[in-house]
Design a protein around this ligand. Structure first.
Ligand code: SF4
Ligand code: SF4
Length: 482
């Protein structure tokens, strides 16, 4: 066996086997040698002669002569070692057990800041924004008097909230009878679409419905109901620590920024003209009725944009949901701003459609002008917004009204009148006509037959109508015609 090791050594020196091959075979031979010695140790043997190494003894037979110092020939093994295959390095890829799937990153995308739609190039994004979101705004000039001023007569007086069409639904027997005769129009939606549509509206009005007022039968849309708390609560505490206001212009700008932070799209400030405060309040939910005085000096009037794509689907559930959603937002935004002002140490009351008429206040605050369809038109959204406000004594600089030409524009544009299914919008000139007690007397204007308008809503079977808003060229998303 030692001879075998010697032979392997020679082969290694001559380069006939590799070092690796040598170590492998030598290890095998070493194991064989160990086994042989173990067998020999276990076998019955005569007393070993420790000096026998110099002579032939049984022990010596276990030791090759060349180990024992004899110059003997190394025995040739009975087998030839198989040459080892050459050492070829394993390629890296095959050495790895699991090759991970490479992560394929998407190319850089451009996201629209308005609707979050994604585009692969900046050019596509710009094209999309210009087509879908950019809107042309006309030049508007600040004026000392609101553009409705020339049309007020000395007959104009404060209006009673009980005479609004929504209040009359609750108490006016004649009007109730008209409502009872309304025939429901045939709807085009499938039963599944009806279920989804109603659900869409229910979700949209949910905030106002649930917490706008905490009166048990409140269903949203009304705004303040006296003495029941909720977002439109008048009785929330005012902080005893009052922030001093030295610069009313700076405070006005600050309050507008806060209002936008809370979600308002448009903000203006005006002194409250008592002419626009309801002479009496009327709670639809409770039937409570009484005289109304507002002990506050300023109104922070806010416009909240309604979704264009949904309003275009009027009269239908998407348009109703767009309206309802803004009623929820009105309750949220106005109550948050009122809370902020109370925390500054000043009285503030959040208000939706209650307390005052919103359109003349918004005109006084410089948000826009009245249009033929009887709603506020703003340079930004036309009639496609809803209004809410906060009434407060926080000292604020007020805004001037604006004129962007709508009194002349509406004289020739009749789109809303053509679009009205109830024929409630007049085609003719301004007049002092009253179609019902729901029209305020003493104002020369295009008088909308609000009674007929609401009857159409009722015939619509659960959805209101925004046809006139959708038809107005100023309500369009972008205005290539401008
Ligand atoms: S809401 Fe509809 S029914 Fe009422 S005025 Fe506008 S278009 Fe006519
Ligand atoms: S549709 Fe025409 S007429 Fe009617 S409010 Fe708009 S701009 Fe005025």
């Amino acid at each position: 066996m030692f001879g075998e090791i010697n032979r392997l050594l020679k082969e290694l020196q001559q380069g006939r086997i590799s070092r690796r091959g040598f170590i492998r075979y030598a290890t095998l031979l070493g194991l064989s040698l160990g086994a042989a010695e173990a067998l020999a140790a276990c076998a019955p043997s005569p007393t070993p002669k420790t000096t026998a190494i110099a002579g032939p003894t049984e022990t010596a037979t276990l030791i090759p002569s060349y180990i024992a110092g004899e110059d003997a020939e190394v025995p040739t093994p009975e087998w030839e070692p198989t040459p080892l295959p050459p050492m070829t390095p394993t390629p890296t890829a095959t050495r790895l057990k699991a090759t991970p799937t490479p992560v394929m990153w998407e190319p850089a995308m451009w996201a629209c800041p308005s609707c979050a739609e994604r585009f692969s190039t900046q050019e596509e994004l710009v094209k999309h924004i210009l087509a879908q979101h950019a809107r042309k705004i006309p030049g508007a000039r600040r004026v000392d008097k609101p553009t409705y001023a020339p049309y007020l007569t000395d007959k104009v007086a404060r209006f009673d909230q009980r005479n609004t069409v929504f209040s009359r639904v609750m108490w006016d027997k004649d009007y109730q009878e008209q409502i009872s005769k309304v025939t429901l129009r045939q709807r085009r939606e499938t039963p599944e679409e009806m279920i989804k549509g109603r659900a869409l509206v229910a979700g949209a009005i949910y905030v106002d419905d649930a917490v706008g007022s905490l009166v048990p039968n409140y269903r949203g849309y009304s705004g303040h109901v006296r003495g029941y708390g909720g977002l439109y609560d008048w009785d929330d505490a005012v902080s005893p620590e009052r922030l001093p206001v030295e610069d009313t212009s700076a405070m006005a700008e600050h309050i507008k920024a806060v209002a936008r932070f809370y979600g308002a799209d448009l903000v203006g400030i005006c002194a409250i003209n008592p002419l626009w405060v309801y002479s009496h309040y009327y709670d639809r939910e409770t039937g409570a009725y009484g005289e109304l005085e507002i002990p506050y000096k300023y109104a922070i009037v806010m416009g909240l944009e309604m979704d264009f794509a949904s309003i275009r689907k009027s009269p239908g559930f998407p348009a109703s949901a767009a309206t309802a959603l803004i009623y929820s937002k009105m309750a949220e935004v106005s109550s948050k701003l009122a809370k902020y002002i109370r925390a500054l140490g000043y009285e503030a009351v959040p208000s939706g459609n209650d307390t005052t008429q919103n359109i003349p206040l918004a005109i006084d605050a410089g948000l826009g002008e009245i249009g033929r369809l009887g709603l506020l038109l703003t340079p930004e959204f036309g009639p496609r917004q809803r209004l809410c406000k906060v009434l407060t004594n926080l000292p604020l600089a007020t805004d001037k009204p604006i004129d962007f030409g709508m009194q002349r524009f509406c004289e020739t544009c009749l789109f809303c009148a053509h679009a009205c299914p109830a024929k409630a919008i007049p085609f003719g000139e301004r007049s002092l006509e009253q179609t019902s007690i729901s029209n305020r007397p003493g104002i020369l204007r295009w008088t909308v037959n609000v009674g007929n308008c609401y009857l159409f809503w009722r015939s619509n079977g659960g959805t209101d109508c925004s046809n006139c808003i959708a038809a107005c060229p100023w309500a369009q998303q972008n205005r290539p015609w401008l």
